[in-house]
Design a protein around this ligand. Structure first.
Ligand SMILES: [Zn+2]
Ligand SMILES: [Zn+2]
Length: 257
């Protein structure tokens, strides 16, 4: 069995704090086989990850978290960014034309950005959209206390069950993970098509720690700092931001939209 984390944000997302290299290093350190960097309406991070991933002994699938009219949608195996703002069904059909598949992230929890049951059911009754929507998150580390509805409804839906970190900080990468038969990105795609994935639940107290860490890091990001490969094994400690570290990080290209 291989393991994948298919919903990770890099600094190409306005609200995330981790460089692509730090994500890849962490993914490799925690033993993931496959990852997907899925930034908000942005694909560059995932293309960068795909290029660099072999150096870290893992595979990275290109994709993005697309903001549809009905809520967020994780598009995978696409090389170009699907447009945002379209209805779910149209977005799915577009992703299909690009050769990709999609996962419903953090669904059915009434939070802003989450797909409703009605939206997903209407997609599943459209044959073209249904052929693209292959999975749903039953576990999303960021919304875990709201995931019970998705977990209960997942038994009735023909969708592969996925656990994802939705990491916005490097050390959360792999905190939500999905097992699949095989080890490669191609094996993972087969598992999504055949509905043979297994979501691995996370530790329950993880969320509060992640939120605190995220607040600290997103504040540091405002000053131009991000978790890089230098800091990927050690959390950034504001007390230890020495002059040389500041100089090093300032020389890095930090993308700030
Ligand atoms: Zn989302
Ligand atoms: Zn997300």
């Amino acid at each position: 069995m291989g393991t994948a984390d298919l919903h990770i944000h890099s600094i190409y997302s306005h609200d995330a704090t981790t460089t692509v290299r730090a994500i890849l290093k962490q993914a490799s350190d925690v033993g993931l086989n496959v990852i997907a960097v899925t930034d908000h309406d942005e694909i560059r991070g995932s293309l960068e990850a795909r290029e660099l991933a072999p150096k870290y002994g893992i595979e990275a699938i290109p994709g993005a978290e697309v903001t549809t009219k009905d809520g967020h949608l994780v598009a995978l195996f696409v090389d170009t960014l699907p447009p945002s703002g379209l209805p779910l069904v149209e977005t799915l059909i577009h992703i299909g034309k690009l050769g990709g598949v999609a996962i419903a992230p953090h669904p059915f929890n009434n939070l802003p950005g989450s797909l409703s049951m009605e939206a997903v059911v209407s997609a599943l009754t459209n044959p073209r959209a249904k052929s693209v929507l292959k999975g749903m998150e039953t576990h999303n580390m960021g919304t875990q206390s709201f995931d019970t509805v998705a977990q209960k409804l997942s038994i009735y839906l023909p969708l592969a069950k996925i656990a994802s970190s939705d990491a916005h900080i490097y050390w959360a990468v792999g905190a939500g993970r999905t097992e699949f038969p095989g080890e490669t990105a191609a094996d993972l795609r087969t598992a999504l098509e055949k509905n043979t994935t297994v979501p691995i639940p996370y530790h329950e107290e993880f969320s509060a720690r992640a939120i605190l860490s995220w607040v600290r890091r997103v504040t540091l990001r405002r000053f131009g700092y991000a978790s890089d490969s230098i800091s990927a094994t050690q959390p950034i400690n504001t007390q230890k931001l020495t002059e040389s570290f500041i100089q090093r990080t300032k020389k890095k290209k930090i993308i700030d939209k």
